[in-house]
Write a protein that binds this ligand. Structure first.
Ligand SMILES: O=C(O)C1=C[C@@H](OP(=O)(O)O)[C@@H](O)[C@H](O)C1
Ligand SMILES: C=C(OP(=O)(O)O)C(=O)O
Length: 408
């Protein structure tokens, strides 16, 4: 009663936000490749990365209706007979990494300029140990084609903390007689594992409701914290993905859980956020895998809130849409912030930001982070990047003070 009374006394900004979780949207679609079933997905993310997965599945022979109004219906009860197809998957690393083991032989997967420069060694190596024969470009770049598939067992130490590699191997073992044992150095998001009990059920009809994407919501959280607003948000709440949230809590963020529920093994929450003072300084490497996609916005939030900070364990940032470790470093330096780069960590001390240009390359999180960092008078390149994960971004934050330019 006491807390309800307090909530009624503070000014709250409410806005209905619908931005389905990217990781869960990818996974819900590809379950049709594993099981013969009909899947109805609501609040699916309608972004370019998800359209890449949809495209790939259609190419393999899955019937699909949508996405329309964040709704998608997929059926694999009767498959079209399509072989030797070429699937273009844009710059979606998750699409290729989690579906590769499910593809049939002689299907080509090709990405855009940025994906074609991201090494696929991290999945090709373990898949080859399982018995796959794959062909790809020099340096393990896409296009990739599966020549032969054997599914032997495997005991594998995941040296890279990556949920994409883990999911790829787990999914490859699904239709196999042999077992796969994986050891993770650091725990990573477990959406794939959470869906396994549901897949084992003998029903042919699933309904999946996808929660809002915590990574996209982190931009909204940061924007409101910078502007000192109280606000309520609905979001997905996976404990292996809420490192950004835990960091804010440890830095004295005050929150109140209005609602919590579990649906199909995934956690949903409605949270009221209010009051925030930064207290903490160092972020250690054991926390990074839980906030891997939120690092760019966290860096800008800390810079904006005038803080001195160290962030360790950033090696995995080098394998994203851009080498985020370097691209964040160079862009921040150009804005006049004192920042020191060591092998895998950054130390920075914030101060007022200069006017300058930011190159977001082909990286959606870079564009959105610098935009929310509210660095007025800074020109940010390639606004079209937002289409990868957050197409409604400009509906929520069009402050007309930021400028863009196109960099080719
Ligand atoms: O499994 C997933 O859906 C993802 C895992 C993460 O990548 P890594 O597995 O390479 O860390 C994350 O950065 C990506 O946006 C989505
Ligand atoms: C790294 C990301 O995605 P992907 O690997 O699917 O390109 C991301 O969304 O930040």
């Amino acid at each position: 009663m006491k807390s309800y009374f307090k909530i009624n006394c503070i000014k709250i900004k409410k806005k209905k936000i619908k931005v389905g979780d990217k990781s869960l949207s990818h996974r819900s679609i590809i379950y049709c490749l594993i099981k013969n079933c009909i899947i109805e997905i609501s609040n699916i993310l309608e972004s370019l990365d998800i359209l890449s997965t949809i495209n790939l599945c259609k190419n393999i022979g899955i019937y699909m209706y949508g996405p329309i109004n964040s709704y998608l219906l997929a059926s694999s009860l009767k498959k079209k007979n399509m072989k030797n197809k070429i699937s273009y998957i844009g710059n979606s690393g998750t699409t290729i990494r989690i579906t590769l083991s499910l593809l049939i032989k002689n299907n080509f997967v090709i990405g855009d300029k940025s994906l074609n420069k991201r090494t696929m060694y991290r999945i090709i190596k373990p898949l080859t140990l399982i018995g796959y024969v794959l062909q790809c470009k020099k340096n393990f770049f896409t296009p990739i084609i599966i020549i032969k598939k054997n599914n032997f067992g495997l005991k594998y130490n995941l040296v890279n903390s990556s949920s994409q590699i883990k999911s790829c191997l787990l999914l490859s073992s699904l239709n196999s007689f042999f077992k796969i044992f994986l050891k993770e150095k650091k725990k990573t998001r477990d959406h794939t594992e959470r869906f396994f009990p549901i897949l084992k059920k003998k029903i042919k009809n699933f309904n999946i409701k996808i929660p809002n994407d915590f990574s996209s919501i982190s931009f909204i959280i940061s924007y409101n914290l910078i502007n000192k607003n109280n606000f309520i948000l609905n979001l997905g709440f996976n404990k292996l993905r809420n490192g950004f949230f835990e960091y804010l809590l440890n830095s004295n963020l005050k929150i109140f859980f209005i609602k919590k529920k579990i649906y199909k093994n995934e956690h949903f929450a409605k949270i009221l956020f209010f009051k925030f003072f930064i207290k903490k300084n160092t972020i250690f490497s054991e926390n990074i895998s839980k906030m891997i996609d939120e690092i760019p916005i966290l860096l800008l939030l800390l810079i904006k809130l005038k803080n001195k900070n160290k962030i360790y364990g950033l090696e995995e940032l080098k394998f994203k849409e851009s080498n985020r470790f370097l691209s964040m470093y160079y862009n921040i330096i150009f804005l006049g912030v004192k920042i020191i780069k060591k092998k895998n960590y950054l130390i920075f001390k914030s101060k007022n930001i200069h006017n300058n240009y930011v190159k977001s390359l082909s990286d959606h999180r870079l564009f959105m982070s610098f935009y929310i960092g509210n660095v007025y008078n800074v020109k940010i390149s390639n606004p079209e990047n937002i289409l990868s994960s957050f197409p409604s971004f400009f509906n929520l934050f069009n402050n007309k003070k930021n400028n863009y330019y196109v960099y080719k």
